[in-house]
Design a protein around this ligand. Structure first.
Ligand code: ZN
Length: 242
């Protein structure tokens, strides 16, 4: 089965639709949370995601904040402005969809979590130290995470008892390590100084991972963000990828 892996769409329907058009054929889609927050199209993104084939989707911290399940004081002032805008913009049906998303999903070979398998909603896996601890918190060979908006692979070689970290090469199919935590990067707000949308293709039969990048119409999204009155800093950052 060919699975499209997407994460951190952040209410950017232009980036999402570009990814869906460029991904080729896929049998299922696994979405790693943060469908909303920052961007101008929360309802459009939720409508699109819920219609995808074989969809498995978990909740992210921005989705929880949009549902007022998290104290928005823990976000910086601009993020808070965007959260309040999202809360007001969400349709009832979007809200119900987000409310039913689980924090973690365990499939045959893969666990899905937004931040980390230890603290699914909040923890950032940015270094090998945090990643090493995380390997004790999932039982499947692989775990897919988002949240950092950075494409990354942490793998665990049992003889070392410490995780190693690699940044995968774009558009290259690689065998997944025996035991690893993989991050496809962010569809709607990449933070590795490359503004192109990021996603991955996971093949459940051949056990391969291909992380990919695709350009989308950033200007169109920036126009909609300005119209919506979203913070200028968030408008700027999607063009630069930070
Ligand atoms: Zn995010």
């Amino acid at each position: 089965m060919r699975v499209l892996i997407i994460s951190d769409i952040h209410a950017n329907i232009t980036a999402l639709d570009t990814v869906l058009a460029e991904a080729g054929k896929y049998d299922a889609v696994w979405c790693l949370g943060d469908l909303v927050g920052y961007g101008p199209d929360p309802n459009e993104c939720i409508t699109r995601v819920r219609q995808l084939p074989g969809i498995q989707c978990i909740i992210g911290n921005h989705d929880m904040a949009a549902l007022q399940q998290l104290d928005s004081d823990s976000f910086n002032p601009e993020a808070r402005t965007a959260i309040v805008w999202t809360q007001k913009s969400l349709s009832e049906s979007s809200r119900i969809f987000l409310q039913h998303l689980p924090e973690k999903i365990e499939l045959a070979d893969v666990t899905l979590a937004h931040g980390s398998p230890r603290h699914p909603v909040w923890e950032y896996l940015l270094d090998t130290r945090t990643a090493t601890y995380s390997f004790d918190f999932f039982d499947t060979p692989l775990c897919f995470v988002g949240h950092t908006h950075l494409p990354m692979i942490f793998s665990m070689n049992n003889s070392f008892y410490a995780a190693t970290q690699t940044v995968p090469e774009a558009n290259k199919t690689i065998p997944t390590p025996q035991r690893a935590i993989l991050n496809p990067g962010s569809v709607g707000q990449p933070r590795d100084h490359d503004p192109r949308a990021a996603y991955a293709i996971y093949d459940t039969d051949s056990k391969t991972w291909e992380y990919r990048r695709v350009s989308y119409d950033v200007l169109a999204v920036q126009d909609r963000m300005r119209e919506a009155g979203l913070p200028e800093r968030h408008i700027q950052r999607i063009a630069a990828g930070w």
